[in-house]
Design a protein around this ligand. Structure first.
Ligand code: HEC
Length: 222
C-alpha cells in the first residue's frame, strides 16, 4: 500500500499544479471575444478576406435562428423603398435570415443573455420571382414564397461600453441591395436603427427573441 502512496501523492500534487497553471493562463483571456473587426476610423469592416474568405462565407455557417418574412404583398406597398428598379414599395419585402455564432447561442441558452462581443447578422433575401400580386408563386409544394437573391445585411453587436447610449448594442448596415455588399459600415444613428429596438425589445437584450424558436423556446423540454 505504502509503495503507491508516494507516486499517488506526487500525481495529485502535479494535477493541483496543473490546475492552478490552467486557471492562471485562462485569467487574461477574459477579454471580449468577438468576430467584429474595426478599421482605424472605427468603422466595422469585413474580417480579413484572405484568412476567412469573404465574410458572407463565415456567418452563413453560424447558427440560423430564424427567417421573418414581410412580403410587399402583405404591406400594401405602404412605404417608399430604396430598391433600384423600383419593383417593390415596402421597407423590407424580403426574408430576414438571422445568424448567430454557435458559442453565443450556447451562452444565451444557458444564461438568457448574449455575451459581450456577440454579433448578430440579419441577411435579407428577396422573394423568388413573384407571379401573383401578393408576391407569391406556385411550386410543386404549393403556393407560397421561396428564397430569391441575397439583398443586403443589417448587423447588431453587443458592447456595453462602446454602445452605452443605445443600451449596449451597436447597429450597422452593409447595404440593402444585391451582392456585393459594402466592405465597411459606420455605426448607424440612433434614430435609424437602435431607436426601434430600444422601444420594443430593450428587455430581451435588444433582440427579437420572440421570433427565434431555438432561443424563445429554450426552457421548453418538449
Ligand atoms: C421600425 C423598427 C425597426 C427599425 C427602425 C430597425 N429594426 Fe432591426 N428589427 C426590427 C424587427 C421587428 C426585427 C425582427 C423581425 C424582423 O426581422 O422582421 C429586427 C431584427 C433585427 C436584427 C436581427 C436580430 C434581432 O435584433 O432580432 C438585426 C441584426 C437588426 N434588426 C438590425 C437593424 C439595423 C442595422 C437597423 C438599421 C439599419 C434596424 N435593425 C432598424 C425592427 C426594426
Amino acid at each position: 500500500m505504502k509503495r503507491y502512496l508516494l507516486p499517488t501523492l506526487a500525481g495529485l500534487l502535479f494535477l493541483a499544479g496543473a490546475t492552478v497553471a490552467l486557471v492562471q493562463t485562462k485569467a487574461p483571456a477574459q477579454k471580449t471575444q468577438t468576430s467584429a473587426v474595426f478599421d482605424s476610423q472605427g468603422k466595422m469592416k469585413e474580417p480579413d478576406p484572405h484568412v476567412f474568405r469573404r465574410w458572407v462565407h463565415v456567418f452563413r455557417r453560424w447558427v440560423f435562428v430564424g427567417a421573418p418574412l414581410t412580403p410587399e404583398g402583405l404591406n400594401n406597398g405602404k412605404y417608399n423603398c430604396d430598391q433600384p428598379g423600383g419593383w417593390t414599395k415596402s421597407n423590407f419585402p424580403e426574408y430576414h435570415h438571422v445568424y448567430i455564432e454557435q458559442k453565443n447561442v450556447d451562452a444565451y441558452l444557458k444564461t438568457g443573455e448574449f455575451p459581450e462581443g456577440t454579433v448578430i447578422v440579419k441577411e435579407l433575401t428577396r422573394i423568388l420571382d413573384p407571379k401573383f400580386p401578393d408576391g407569391s408563386r406556385t411550386e410543386p409544394s404549393g403556393r407560397g414564397y421561396f428564397n430569391g437573391v441575397y439583398n443586403g445585411i443589417d448587423l447588431s453587436m453587443k458592447d456595453s461600453k462602446k454602445f452605452a447610449k443605445s443600451n449596449g448594442w451597436g447597429y450597422f448596415t452593409f447595404g440593402h441591395h444585391p451582392l456585393p455588399y459594402e466592405a465597411t459600415a459606420a455605426e448607424a444613428p440612433l434614430e435609424t436603427c437602435a431607436g426601434c429596438h430600444l422601444a420594443n425589445v430593450a428587455k430581451t437584450d435588444m433582440t427579437w427573441i420572440q421570433f427565434y424558436p431555438i432561443l424563445r423556446d429554450k426552457d421548453k423540454v418538449k
